[in-house]
Design a protein around this ligand. Structure first.
Ligand SMILES: NC(=O)C1=CN([C@@H]2O[C@H](COP(=O)(O)OP(=O)(O)OC[C@H]3O[C@@H](n4cnc5c(N)ncnc54)[C@H](O)[C@@H]3O)[C@@H](O)[C@H]2O)C=CC1
Ligand SMILES: CC(C)[C@@H](O)CC[C@@H](C)[C@H]1CC[C@H]2[C@@H]3[C@H](O)CC4=CC(=O)CC[C@]4(C)[C@H]3CC[C@]12C
Length: 379
């Protein structure tokens, strides 16, 4: 990807000497890496890009050959001092770091500590060090699906919906998002107001998506077949990771100019990806890679799936002292997958001119090529 003139920046801004310092927390993650690379390609005002992560990736080194100073910071968002040191001097913080766990790998306490306490630390660091602009990566899960299984059918940011959560992950994302939005307008060091917003991606897909990798490998183990568990009629919103990254870059740029409009707001992340069931959507990529989804309707009755999911949860609990057993099917993932949740909105377009950077066809091709490249490494 080459450095190019950004459509949203005028000639004057893009000709300005690069002077801004950005910090991306979780910059080595699935979404974080795409945000980092998108900033380097499409934010011409960037002087320094700080990549803060618990686990730094080796690919960071290849980014240090360009004109932008790339600073890798190994750190933990749950440690306030480490966060403050990383934030100090940054103009913009994009906070993607989080524990994305719905498979029971981490304890509820750890999920809360990273996702909530970590976000609190980022907010306080902005206030204490004078950083004025904070973009938080929230999630559709802040809204739903709720524990009552109510469908959210092509809803938007203003659609009434009873957000009721019990699972640690959505609870932590909802609390963190609330903290970020409530912090909007707080005075930071130097007396200027903190401007915050939250982006709510639906299910993100694309190069580097671990769950897609898991489905692919499961299909290879089952002789090239995956077995339908969810009715095709249950739509699940999905959005390409490159478009999510682009929305982060764009809103971070527009926060300063349109603080009164964007500050304190939430935005669903969306693009032209088709509305399909989670499994059918995955087959858009896994099909061309040789896998087949068996069954035009779920092969097992729902009550049996519920039983199997509960059995998986019991096994996970029994085996925990010995090993981590964390299959894709558990009571939470089954309930979420089985509840329609899709968005239809243009709030990001109305507020800061967002348009998807990648078409559905391009998003699909890029994802297929990534899965195919994985074939060489699949066990
Ligand atoms: N993957 C998805 O479908 C969606 C993800 N999101 C949100 O997007 C964000 C990024 O998610 P993904 O890229 O999918 O996850 P990921 O697990 O690939 O990336 C998260 C990154 O945060 C880092 N991290 C975790 N704990 C940390 C800590 N204590 N200190 C510093 N860094 C830490 C990890 O090392 C990792 O690099 C998360 O906030 C997640 O809630 C929102 C909607 C959908
Ligand atoms: C085993 C089958 C029932 C299979 O269909 C299960 C699929 C299941 C693993 C996924 C279905 C919906 C996914 C979640 C959804 O995309 C919303 C999310 C938002 C996030 O912020 C993080 C990821 C996730 C919770 C995502 C996780 C995987 C699913 C539950």
């Amino acid at each position: 990807m080459s450095q190019g003139f950004s459509p949203q920046l005028g000639m004057a801004e893009s000709a300005q000497a690069p002077k801004l310092v950005y910090l991306v927390t979780g910059g080595c993650g699935f979404l974080g890496e795409h945000v980092v690379r998108m900033l380097l390609e499409r934010e011409p005002r960037l002087r320094e890009l700080r990549i803060f992560d618990l686990h730094l990736s080796p690919w960071i080194e290849e980014l240090k050959t360009g004109p932008v100073q790339v600073t890798a910071i190994q750190g933990d968002v749950t440690q306030a001092q480490e966060v403050a040191a990383a934030v100090a001097g940054a103009h913009v913080v994009i906070h993607t770091a989080g524990l994305v766990d719905v498979f029971g790998r981490a304890s509820p306490e750890t999920i809360h500590k990273v996702n909530v306490r970590g976000t609190q630390n980022v907010i306080e660091a902005c206030v204490q060090t004078g950083t004025q602009f904070l973009v938080y990566t929230s999630s559709m899960e802040v809204v739903g699906p709720n524990i009552k299984g109510h469908p959210f059918y092509r809803g938007n940011e203003d659609t009434p919906y009873e957000a009721v959560h019990k699972h640690p992950y959505p609870c932590s994302k909802a609390l963190a998002e609330r903290l970020v939005l409530e912090a909007n307008g707080r005075k930071v060091r130097g007396g200027l107001p903190l401007v915050t917003c939250a982006l709510r991606p639906t299910g993100i897909y694309g190069e580097g998506h671990q769950i897609m990798r898991d489905f692919y490998r499961q299909g290879l183990r089952l002789g090239g077949r995956l077995f339908r568990a969810i009715p095709a009629s249950v739509e699940h919103g999905r959005v390409y990771v490159g478009n999510v990254a682009w929305m982060h870059v764009l809103v971070a740029r527009e926060l300063e100019q349109r603080a009164a409009l964007i500050g304190g707001q939430v935005y669903f992340c969306y693009d032209k990806s088709p509305y399909k069931s989670y499994e059918d959507f995955n087959m858009e990529f896994l099909g061309p890679c040789g896998l087949r989804l068996v069954g035009t309707r779920p092969l097992l009755p729902y009550w049996l799936l519920v039983l199997l999911a509960a059995l998986n949860a019991l096994l996970q609990w029994l085996l925990r002292p010995l090993l981590l057993y964390a299959p894709l099917l558990n009571p939470y993932t089954l309930a979420v997958a089985n509840t329609t949740f899709t968005v239809s909105t243009n709030k990001a377009q109305r507020h800061f001119g967002y348009e998807p950077l990648f078409s559905w066809e391009d998003s699909r091709t890029r994802t297929i090529l990534w899965v195919q490249a994985m074939e060489g490494t699949a066990q």
